[in-house]
Design a protein around this ligand. Structure first.
Ligand code: AMP
Ligand code: ZN
Ligand code: FE
Ligand code: FE
Length: 291
């Protein structure tokens, strides 16, 4: 695995269970050249991961995974090299985090009514200040002895449309993309072939819209993509002149995935970075075809 980069990892700064330093050590162990931190709706883990990468001689790619939604289906966007001080992006992330917090309380009310109540304070403790996601609620349910594992918590209560499910506030994918690019970043469509309710949340029309709005790439290589799904998206990416990236979506113990399980080539990383560099000097959106 020569000069491979994992462009999708999470930590305790969102709903992963590891520290940024741990992800870096794991990447180093398997010989990756670098890795990205793409926590949900926050950049709070960048500083420690940047420092750990510097210590280990790995390339650090600062990122964020923005949860957007179209027609009730979740569409995730990965943004790399965004300006962490960008006011519009940080405002939106603050709002996303606040709304997640309120929603967690609503879910807890539902769980209570279903006879499997958990203390909101325990949910917050599991999140540890990170944007609260359903996996944190699942952890509190396990601790309270209501379910044996995360999957049961989702299957019986928390999954989309489940008895305790409450939708979360989200921005439209095109607006999310514009926030990322206006903040000087490049945007990549995350795991487009899978949604939490099965099937793909990304229609052909939405892909066209995103491509026209300056999408840089598609995360074709993702552990949840079966080979046929990856193949289909590889074709769609090529047809739209979009770069093909890969990442593990590592979440520590919360998902059975390893850092480096899917990776991105050095060539693709360079192209992504060139796009980001051009955006820093020119706020007019640049599409990959202009490379
Ligand atoms: P949230 O951001 O609170 O909507 O939670 C989304 C996260 O919950 C996803 O990143 C998955 O890790 C997890 N998740 C969502 N649906 C399921 C499911 N049906 N089974 C297992 N995990 C799920
Ligand atoms: Zn996650
Ligand atoms: Fe995601
Ligand atoms: Fe992710």
């Amino acid at each position: 695995m020569q000069h491979a980069y994992d462009l999708h990892t999470h930590t305790v700064h969102s709903d992963g269970t590891t520290q940024p330093e741990d992800n870096v050590s794991l990447a180093k162990e398997i010989g990756l050249a670098g890795l990205a931190l793409t926590d949900h709706d926050t950049v709070s883990g960048w500083t420690p991961m940047r420092a750990a990468c510097a210590r280990h001689g790995l390339v650090f790619i600062p990122g964020i995974e923005l949860s957007t939604e179209r027609d009730g289906r979740s569409v995730h966007l990965l943004g790399y090299w965004v300006d962490p001080q960008d006011a519009a992006l940080t405002d939106e992330c603050d709002r996303l985090r606040n709304e997640r917090s309120r929603r967690a309380e609503d879910i807890c009310v539902r769980l209570d009514a279903l006879g499997v109540g958990v203390d909101v304070a325990r949910v917050r403790a599991f999140a540890g200040g990170a944007p609260i996601g359903r996996p944190h609620i699942a952890s509190a349910m396990i601790e309270a002895g209501h379910v044996p594992d995360i999957q049961t918590a989702f299957d019986d209560y928390l999954a989309d449309g489940g008895p305790a499910y409450v939708p979360k506030y989200a921005v439209d994918p095109v607006r999310g993309l514009r926030l990322l690019t206006a903040a000087g970043g490049v945007a990549v469509l995350a795991h487009p072939g899978v949604s939490e309710d099965g099937g793909s949340p990304v229609t052909a029309d939405l892909l066209d819209e995103l491509a026209a709005a300056g999408l840089a790439g598609v995360e074709v290589d993702h552990p949840a993509h079966e080979p046929d799904v990856a193949g289909r998206w590889r074709g769609l990416a090529a047809a739209h002149d979009l770069l093909v990236t890969g990442g593990s979506d590592f979440h520590g113990e919360r998902k059975d995935l390893r850092v480096g399980e899917r990776t991105t080539t050095a060539d693709t990383l360079e192209r992504l970075q060139a796009l980001a560099d051009s955006r820093m000097h020119d706020t007019i959106s640049v599409t990959p075809t202009a490379l």
